[in-house]
Design a protein around this ligand. Structure first.
Ligand SMILES: Cc1cc2nc3c(=O)[nH]c(=O)nc-3n(C[C@H](O)[C@H](O)[C@H](O)COP(=O)(O)OP(=O)(O)OC[C@H]3O[C@@H](n4cnc5c(N)ncnc54)[C@H](O)[C@@H]3O)c2cc1C
Ligand code: FES
Length: 522
């Protein structure tokens, strides 16, 4: 019998939007696409319109397939619109990790695939005439202090073994001394949202259909049918490109950890940089310039839902930038998160070994500009039944290969720990009346544990503190005014509407009132 993920009787009207819009969102304009109102059929339904979903849909529609793209929010408004948008195969110290965990052959496949992805982005941008500030640039992984030089040397060695034409250098354009860096030439950088909006336009020219504000709420894997809040798409294949799958089947959420990072776009008096930089020193700092003169500074990564004051992350970046780029002013600031697998490889391929026509792509570890494009190339080949040289390495159904097994256990243990510890903590909660304006916390309201936020006008917005994904307790993200789940990274706005999955169901409102009104899910 066909297995259907549980259908929600009370679906979210639409996913909510982020509080701090990024440079990319603020400097691109998308046409409005309709919502899916009627049942339709297609060759392929792609769920998610970030770089992964749109690249996949673009390739398939260009190969003559009828493609439907669904997004819960506006087109390309997920993490692709909140990235730093370096297109490179030099991913910090990934090759040292890959060789240690998997060996040289896998590291070489990873390098080859990511290098090819840069070529694919260039090819699509040129073929479709997409103006997205796509420019060639060298990528650098650098050490500021001598103590990190052994890491740089080890990574250079690993990158060379993986087949990259990397080199060692002590030169950089950075306005501070560095001890050394790996340099990889002929990489690129771009405006990710303009690129993705260009892909979207090509998809519609190829007679593909794009639907916004159409959250996928259920998957019938056997019948390759996706159900949104209002209608169904029946297709021959389904691609889940929602950053983390919105269905639990496949268990990918247990094999990855979500990490949140912060970015600033500055106007700096210093000259724009040609290269793209990332440090191995902690805290990590990531830098690049844009064609229109912004300097992007990123960093301050931490596990989602674990920092009681995320505003200090922006302050730390601002202070660091002030010291190194005096006279600079912050024009945009934003934060976002991505998922990293325990064994350092993304999951790209079938949702499970038994689902032949449902595909997934996730776990890009903050390198999804290229890895999302790799996913598009692999999945489009799998859908056509064409052999792909990288598919086996990224196989999304792997469990106990390499370090995947221990990671699985660790991930599950971490989630269980949050579950138990949070419930013990809830015994000693403070009352909601103690919340100051602008503050959010898990508190006691009318004798119940709730997640409450006090707005500047004094009003309290109270919602269930229990994540609708798998019941971990959410915590307040002060900088984004969102409720973030430490277990698998779901996020909700202060009204409880889903900002980010894997959760697909909103948190119930717990507005103050008679105790009997506060339903018993705590
Ligand atoms: C701060 C930061 C900096 C980064 N910098 C870089 C970088 O320099 N280079 C690099 O290569 N990578 C970088 N990354 C990583 C990269 O941005 C991501 O890996 C990549 O954007 C993921 O793309 P995606 O298409 O898989 O996901 P997304 O862009 O998030 O797209 C997923 C889409 O699915 C939709 N969706 C979710 N659930 C549903 C549902 N149930 N129904 C319908 N639609 C749904 C969302 O609305 C969203 O539009 C960075 C990441 C972060 C956090
Ligand atoms: S995201 Fe899984 S329990 Fe919250």
């Amino acid at each position: 019998m066909a297995r259907v993920e549980p259908f929600l009787m009370v679906p979210p009207a639409q996913f909510a939007t982020e509080r701090n819009p990024s440079l990319w969102l603020s400097t691109s304009q998308s046409p409005s696409y309709p919502s899916l109102e009627l049942d339709i059929q297609a060759d392929v339904v792609v769920v998610g319109s970030g770089i992964t979903g749109l690249s996949t849909a673009r390739l398939l529609s260009g190969q003559g397939l009828r493609v439907v793209v669904l997004d819960a929010r506006r087109v390309c408004s997920g993490v692709t619109a909140f990235t730093t948008a370096k297109l490179t195969a030099l991913h910090s110290t990934i090759y040292s990790d890959l060789i240690r965990i998997w060996g040289e052959e896998v590291a070489a496949v990873y390098a080859d695939a990511n290098q090819a992805a840069i070529g694919k982005v260039k090819e699509l941008a040129a073929a479709d005439g997409i103006e997205c500030d796509l420019r060639e640039a060298s990528a650098y992984t650098y050490a500021q202090s001598e103590e990190h030089i052994p890491e740089i040397e080890a990574e250079l060695n690993a990158a060379l073994k993986a087949g990259l034409q990397a080199s060692l250098t002590a030169d950089s354009e950075l306005p501070y001394e560095i001890a050394g860096a790996i340099r990889l030439d002929r990489q690129a950088q771009f405006h990710p949202r303009r690129y993705c909006l260009g892909l979207a336009e090509s998809i519609t020219k190829n007679e593909g259909l794009i639907f916004e504000r159409s959250p996928a709420l259920a998957l019938d894997a056997a019948n390759t049918t996706v159900t949104t809040d209002r209608a169904r798409v029946k297709a021959n294949a389904v691609v889940i490109a929602t950053q983390i799958p919105f269905v639990n089947r496949g268990g990918h959420f247990t094999r990855m950890t979500p990490s949140r990072s912060y970015a600033l776009a500055l106007r700096a008096p210093s000259q724009a940089m040609e290269g793209m930089y990332i440090s191995v020193d902690q805290p990590t700092r990531s830098l690049r310039s844009t064609g229109d003169g912004y300097l992007i500074v990123g960093g301050e990564g931490h596990p989602v839902g674990t920092d009681p004051d995320t505003t200090r992350r922006y302050r730390a970046l601002e202070q660091w930038s002030d010291e190194r780029f005096p006279g600079s002013t912050v024009e945009f600031k934003w934060s976002a998160q991505d998922y990293r697998s325990a064994d350092r490889l993304p999951f790209i391929g079938r949702l499970t070994s038994g689902t032949e026509r449902v595909f997934v792509a996730t776990g890009f570890a903050k390198w999804g500009m290229t890895n999302g494009t790799v996913a598009a190339m692999i999945i489009s080949d799998l859908i056509h039944g064409t052999s792909n040289p990288w598919a086996g390495t990224f196989d999304s159904t792997r469990f106990a290969l390499g370090q995947g097994g221990p990671g699985t256990v660790a991930g599950t243990f971490e989630a269980a720990k949050h579950f138990v510890v949070d419930r013990l903590k809830s015994l000693g909660r403070r009352p909601a009346t103690e919340l100051k304006p602008g503050e959010g916390d898990v508190v006691l309201l009318d004798g119940k544990t709730v997640a409450a936020f006090r707005a500047e006008d004094g009003q309290i917005h109270a919602i269930s503190a229990t994540c609708t994904h798998l019941a971990c307790q959410i915590s307040f993200n002060k900088a984004e005014r969102s409720w973030d789940c430490p277990c698998h990274g779901s996020r909700f706005d202060i009204e409880g509407r889903v900002l980010q999955g894997p959760a697909i169901k909103n948190l119930a409102s717990k507005e103050p009132g008679p105790a009997t009104d506060l339903a018993a899910d705590d």
